[in-house]
Design a protein around this ligand. Structure first.
Ligand code: OXD
Ligand code: MN
Length: 602
């Protein structure tokens, strides 16, 4: 399609990029179903995608990525501010002029033989006071179809933009130009050293090159909705967080809105679609990954989900762990790096259904008994295999999930994956303590990032790979938001669903997590008991609703107690982490650390 906009700055930017990238064609996306269908057909015709059996998985396809392009590349992700100090110690920094020079050289002619797609998209319901418009330019049809699901794409966005509206330019190329007559490969991408996921927060600009996968390429998600948005949010006085949003309704009909931050692949999608096991409680999903929150005239913090779909980690998703996700992906979905079964459906590890033979994510014949040279089982699906599915297909999507005004947040939850030490749940004494809890959240690494080799990584507010500016300034922003919210600030909690004793899980997780959420809601109402510990308020076993729960008393005691020695042993690591923040470590954070050490008797 040709352009239908009169927005001069947008037309100028697109023609500049066209001159630099030299595509064979330019196509403006209109966001229609016909366009989606035509692009899916194109990927099927070129062999990039496989159509799944329509009787098993209607209107759905499977892609296999290149084995070098399977996850976000944190080593190749840059926050490029004029002053290196402003990117802070948790981001890779490059000088903007130098980075642009290097990348422009790569971008020059990089779309030869390909189509340049212009994708107008809205993060957030179109017209919401919290929403933002982005324009992604990409040479990947895979990106276009995924953006159709993950964001609101099309003419309506251009109409909202008018002739002068503000947009965030997002440039993406897979970095694989085609010479005349050269046949394309199924998953074009550039070698790892040529991949760049670059952000210029001072200009609200994103340049991504060389990868076609997930957060590296669907630029509305991590790049815009977290890295660029977090920097904008600080400037403009709101919050862009790596948080799911859910509504919990108690038997009396009172609603609680919870926003929860966990590092990638720690069960956010499962929690977002939780099915409570306790009678009378109802849970509805608003978002599974990102929350944009503003203080509204009622003085409370209101959240929207800027996305329109789920880009979820597939392995581990099953009718047991997340029945609502399984129902969401029954049709109209895109799968990446899953097993193709003999009956033309998809499969992955821990799906809880048998698969005796299929084609694995690398396109090879696969059976579950296959072993690698070291005798380890060969996985059929990549651990970071994904599904992309429209949020509206989720059976428990909240009727208000697209309310432009958002929902008022009562509770913030932080957490991570820790098989030892960290108890099931604790509550912050106050807002500043909650900021400290979020800032020092830690997790064992997962498969969502390629290049994380440490045993335990501190992941402040689950934003370590996503905060678009100095982490010390980010914490200061959190403290200041608390000052503005005062008594209306959400109450802050910390959870860990992942405690183990040897190979045995101490806590059953999934739907049973509703018991922990119930305690939180009762704390907000002031009806549940708690004991004071060095970590914060914690439920005694009797404070938690354990009716019908199959967890032994000894395990519950372990889950709900604090091993002071274990926490004291971690203080050196904590100090080393905080030291890296340098002189932008807020005074209020220092006070929290001192108070924490005193409570531990260290
Ligand atoms: C994601 C991630 O894809 O956090 O949501 O990596
Ligand atoms: Mn995420």
């Amino acid at each position: 399609m040709a352009s239908t906009t009169q927005h001069k700055a947008l037309l100028k930017w697109v023609s500049e990029i066209e001159r630099m990238c030299r595509p064979a064609h330019v196509y403006w996306c209109d966001g229609t179903k016909a366009e989606y269908d035509a692009l899916i057909k194109l990927t099927l015709d070129t062999g990039a995608a496989t159509r799944l059996n329509p009787d098993r998985r209607p209107n759905s396809v499977l892609f296999r990525s290149h084995p070098s392009d399977v996850a976000r590349v944190e080593d190749r992700t840059f926050i490029s501010t004029p002053d290196s100090e402003d990117a802070g110690p948790t981001n890779n920094w490059m000088d903007p002029a130098e980075l642009k020079r290097e990348m422009a050289a790569l971008y020059t002619g990089c779309m030869a033989g390909r189509t340049l797609y212009v994708i107008p998209f809205s993060m957030g319901p179109i017209g919401s006071p919290i929403a933002k418009v982005g324009i992604e330019i990409t040479d990947s049809p895979y990106v276009v179809v995924n953006m159709h699901i993950m964001t609101r794409v099309g003419q309506k966005v251009l109409d909202t933009l008018g002739e002068k509206g503000e947009f965030i330019p997002c440039l993406h190329s897979v970095g694989a130009p085609l010479a005349p007559g050269q046949k394309d490969v199924a998953w074009p991408c550039a070698p790892i050293g040529q991949k760049y996921i670059s952000h210029f927060p001072d200009e609200n600009l994103i340049w991504s090159y060389g990868s076609g996968y997930g957060g590296n390429a669907l630029l509305g998600k991590k790049c815009l909705a977290l890295r660029i948005a977090s920097a904008m949010a600080r400037r403009e006085g709101w919050m862009a967080e790596h948080m799911l949003i859910l509504r919990l309704t108690n038997p009396a009909g009172r609603r609680f809105h919870i926003a929860a931050a966990f590092p990638s692949a720690c069960g956010k999608t499962n929690l977002a679609m939780l099915q409570p096991t306790i009678p009378g409680w109802k849970c509805e999903c608003i978002g599974d990954d990102i929350a944009w929150m503003k203080i509204r005239p009622d003085g409370r913090l209101h959240a929207i989900n800027p996305e329109a779909g789920f880009f979820g980690v597939a392995p581990g998703t099953s009718y047991k762990s997340n029945p609502m996700a399984m129902k969401t992906i029954r049709a109209n979905s895109i799968f990446t790096n899953c097993v193709l079964t003999d009956d033309g459906d998809i499969w992955w590890e821990d799906m809880d259904v048998p698969c005796t033979h299929g084609i694995d994510w690398k396109g090879q014949e696969w059976t579950p008994d296959m072993k690698d040279a070291d005798g380890k089982p060969i996985k059929g699906a990549h651990p970071n295999a994904r599904f992309t599915a429209p949020a509206r297909q989720c059976p428990v999507i909240c009727p208000d999930w697209e309310d432009p005004a958002g929902v008022p947040i009562d509770i913030f939850v932080f957490g991570g994956r820790r098989t030892h030490v960290m108890p099931l749940v604790h509550q912050a004494f106050d807002w500043d303590h909650g900021v400290f809890m979020g800032a020092t959240a830690a997790s064992e690494p997962t498969a969502a990032a390629l290049d994380v080799k440490v045993k335990l990584r501190y992941d402040p507010m689950a934003m370590l790979p996503f905060c678009g500016y100095h982490i010390g300034d980010y914490w200061q922003h959190w403290f200041e938001m608390g000052d503005r919210l005062g008594e209306k600030a959400p109450k802050v909690f910390y959870v860990n669903w992942f405690r183990k004793d040897g190979k045995r899980w101490l806590w059953p997780g999934f739907g049973e997590n509703s018991r922990v959420l119930k305690w939180m809601c009762e704390r907000v109402e002031g009806t549940a008991g708690a004991r004071r510990t060095p970590l914060g308020y914690m439920p005694a076993p009797a404070d938690l609703d354990t009716a019908g729960l199959e967890v032994g008393a000894a395990d519950l005691e372990t889950l709900l107690s604090v091993d002071g020695n274990a926490f004291r042993d971690e203080l050196d690591e904590l100090d080393a982490f905080l030291k890296k923040v340098g002189d932008r470590l807020p005074e209020r954070m220092k006070r929290q650390v001192a108070a924490y050490k005193q409570r531990l008797g260290a």
